[in-house]
Design a protein around this ligand. Structure first.
Ligand code: CA
Ligand code: CA
Length: 512
């Protein structure tokens, strides 16, 4: 039951919030002339626009370091011009980091009628007139209630009670740890319709909206115009006090906005008229200048080229680079053509020298130097080209090879013939060498004569007896068996010769 009641109460609260805020919601306008923020917080000359800083404060592009983490440092920063609006909201994004578990002394936000000077209250002067909000790191009164965030109003008469951490002069505050946080700590100070609201973001998350209310005080009366400021101090202990952003917005109620709208409209129309007059005046002056200086137009066009966009410039650079590469390649190509031409001329010259040596048998001086000289006239004959020389050499090589083949063939035939002759001559032992050829007719004639002689001897035994009166006995050398043997041997010889001749004819047909 208690849980349900709690939900009902919470729902009622949530429902009441929009009504409250709709009724009170002011109109906000960011006031850049009272603000600074990272990046580009400080300019090249280390100045922070619309602000001034002094003491040990250091400005960089990322932060305004009110004090570095060194002992006994004091720094201040003040907005140069006072506010021109009655209600305002300031958001401060800062880091307070130090090595120790405890730091000192703290950071102060100021809204006062005058710039502070270096002093005892967190680096600034005491007895100020206006509002001071202190992020007090060090527990001076040893009540274990620091770090503490507190607001204090002074009318220029009160001295800050350091010994008690200002607790006796406290307007409002809360116990918050703002040192060594993973994300920047944020504080939002709103002064609207005499209500001072202080909200703190503990720096544990990166979200912009994670604010918790620290204190809210009604019936606060601050000066209608004042200076925003920051200060910090270190003592025996030290922290870096870095402010990353200081964002000021002016607050206006809807009624004030409506009242201001009419005056704003009149002012806007006046600005518009002034702007148009100024534009016409500028245009007239420009036309007169162009009429007086016709050459200036070209110069103006050149000026436009200087402000080309980054991507166009990149494209142009790529195009230029590629053009240069193309030119270089074209030059290389021309060089290659030249080298090939020189080589061809040199080859033709060498061919001419060879042919000159062949024709005239005399030496021709070789050219020296890079340039190819004209081909020399050799004996009035036209120079022979390289192709013709190659052709001649190839033909000669072919002829030599053919001659070698023919020689090998002849040797082979000779060897085979010798072998055949040896084989054919072995049985009778009367074979003739290849060089001395038998005449068949002679052989046949001899054979015929031999046979006739034998026949004649056999057919005339009476004649011998008649002539000599004595019949001689038949000689023992011419027996019948001897005759048959001689006839057979002669027959074998003839057959062998004929076989040899046929074989030779066949060999001859094979090669030709
Ligand atoms: Ca303190
Ligand atoms: Ca304390």
């Amino acid at each position: 039951m208690s849980c349900r009641r709690l939900i009902v109460v919470l729902c009622g609260l949530i429902a009441s919030i929009p009504e409250f805020s709709l009724g009170q919601s002011p109109h906000r306008r960011f006031e850049y002339k009272y603000s600074f923020k990272s990046p580009y917080l400080a300019q090249k000359d280390n100045q922070v626009p619309f602000w001034t800083y002094s003491g040990n404060a250091i400005a960089s592009s990322e932060s305004l370091r009110i004090t570095p983490s060194l002992r006994s440092q004091k720094g201040q920063a003040w907005c140069k011009q006072p506010t021109s609006f009655e209600w305002w909201e300031v958001e401060i994004v800062f880091r307070i980091n130090g090595r120790g578990r405890v730091g000192a002394d703290g950071l102060a936000f100021w809204f006062t009628t005058a710039h502070g000077v270096e002093g005892p209250v967190f680096g600034s002067s005491d007895k100020w007139n206006g509002l001071g909000i202190f992020f007090d790191s060090f527990d001076n009164d040893n009540k274990r209630n620091n770090p503490y965030v507190m607001a204090m109003i002074n009318d220029g008469t009160k001295a800050y009670d350091h010994e008690n951490d200002g607790m006796s002069q406290l307007l409002g505050g809360c116990l918050r740890d703002f040192r060594n946080k993973p994300h920047p700590v944020r504080a939002k100070i709103e002064y609207y319709k005499h209500v001072l609201t202080l909200m703190v973001h503990n720096g544990l998350t990166a979200g912009d909206k994670d604010y918790e209310i620290c204190t809210r005080v009604e019936g606060v009366h601050l000066p209608t115009s004042g200076y925003f400021g920051l200060s910090a101090a270190t003592g025996g202990l030290a922290d870096d006090h870095d402010v990353l952003k200081f964002l000021v917005s002016s607050l206006r109620s809807p009624d004030e906005l409506a009242a201001a709208a009419s005056t704003d409209k009149e002012q806007e129309e006046q600005y518009q008229r002034e702007f148009q007059q100024y534009q016409e005046k500028t245009q007239r002056a420009r036309d007169e200048y162009v009429a007086a200086n016709p050459d200036a137009r070209k110069q103006h066009v050149d000026e436009d080229d200087e402000y080309e966009a980054a991507d166009i410039r990149e494209l142009r650079q790529i195009f230029t680079g590629q053009s240069q590469i193309y030119d270089a390649m074209r030059q290389l190509n021309a060089k290659m053509d030249e080298i090939i031409g020189r080589q061809e001329r040199t080859l033709s010259l060498v061919g001419a020298v060879h042919s000159g040596l062949a024709v005239a048998g005399g030496g021709v001086p070789l050219p020296t130097g890079g340039a190819a000289p004209p081909p020399p006239a050799v004996g009035g004959a036209s120079p022979i080209s390289r192709f013709e020389v190659d052709s001649l050499i190839n033909t000669q090589r072919d002829i030599a090879q053919t001659a070698k083949d023919v020689k090998n063939m002849v040797v082979d035939i000779s060897q085979k013939s010798t072998q055949l002759l040896n084989k054919a001559g072995q049985p009778v032992g009367s074979a003739q060498p290849v060089g001395g050829a038998y005449d068949m007719h002679v052989t046949l004639k001899e054979l015929n004569e031999g046979l006739n002689h034998i026949k004649h001897t056999l057919s005339a035994p009476g004649g011998q007896q008649q002539r000599g009166g004595v019949v001689e006995a038949c000689p023992s050398c011419l027996s019948t068996w001897l005759f048959v043997g001689v006839a057979l041997s002669q027959l074998i010889c003839i057959i062998g010769y004929m076989m040899y001749r046929d074989n030779r004819d066949a060999q001859a047909k094979k090669f030709y």
